[in-house]
Design a protein around this ligand. Sequence first.
Ligand SMILES: [Zn+2]
Length: 243
Amino acid sequence: MGLRLLCVVAHPDDECFAFGGALLLAADRGVRTSVICLTDGQAATHRGESKSAEELGAMRRAEFVASCRILGVAHEEIWDYQDAQLEFADFSKLAGRLVATIRTFQPNVVITFGGEGALNSHPDHTMVSAATTAAFHWAGNPKRYIDAGEIFQPERLFYLSSNFFLPDRRPPLLAPWTLTLDIRAVFARKQEAFAAHASQAPLMERTRALFEEHGQDERYVLAAAMEPHAATQSVDMFEGLAE
Ligand SMILES: [Zn+2]
């Protein structure tokens, strides 16, 4: 069946600025990738030419699809949760939908944000982390969500980490990374995917220098694995996994 990678995010553009390198490296080696984005980003500060929240949402849905094409993503979905309101979503239902997604797609590896909510400490990112973590563990548990498909346990869960902070934000408390992906070979395409989010162009402009300085790698934390072992440093998300 080949290796599969599931990435769960909160907003259109998370998939590229945060996880773009991992998605591109995976796609380039033939891994089937899927991105689930829980909101269509209607609460964004940068709103392009849109005249209403609905118009912005529609614009950002199209930008997300364009970005996913550049990232080589095989399958993507935007769900119908409210941007900036995820902390008020029904946790059990959200986790259940993610359990069903994992059981259907059967990823070897799941990637998402850490509990801190990434560099901007966004509560939506924290909620994505919490729900995806629960779903990662519950998907393989025959006692959980018995109507959500055949049980399936992914092998590894990674959270995004970082070796730098945003200068204008309160620094988050990141989990120390255990995985460093060298993304120089795909950096230009990661930037191209970011540029596909035309409504977020001012954000890209503001962070351009930062990503040029620090963006040559992506850092992740191995948060769950099949075998108990001491934390080690790695450079490959799929190391040792059977194809
Ligand atoms: Zn986000």
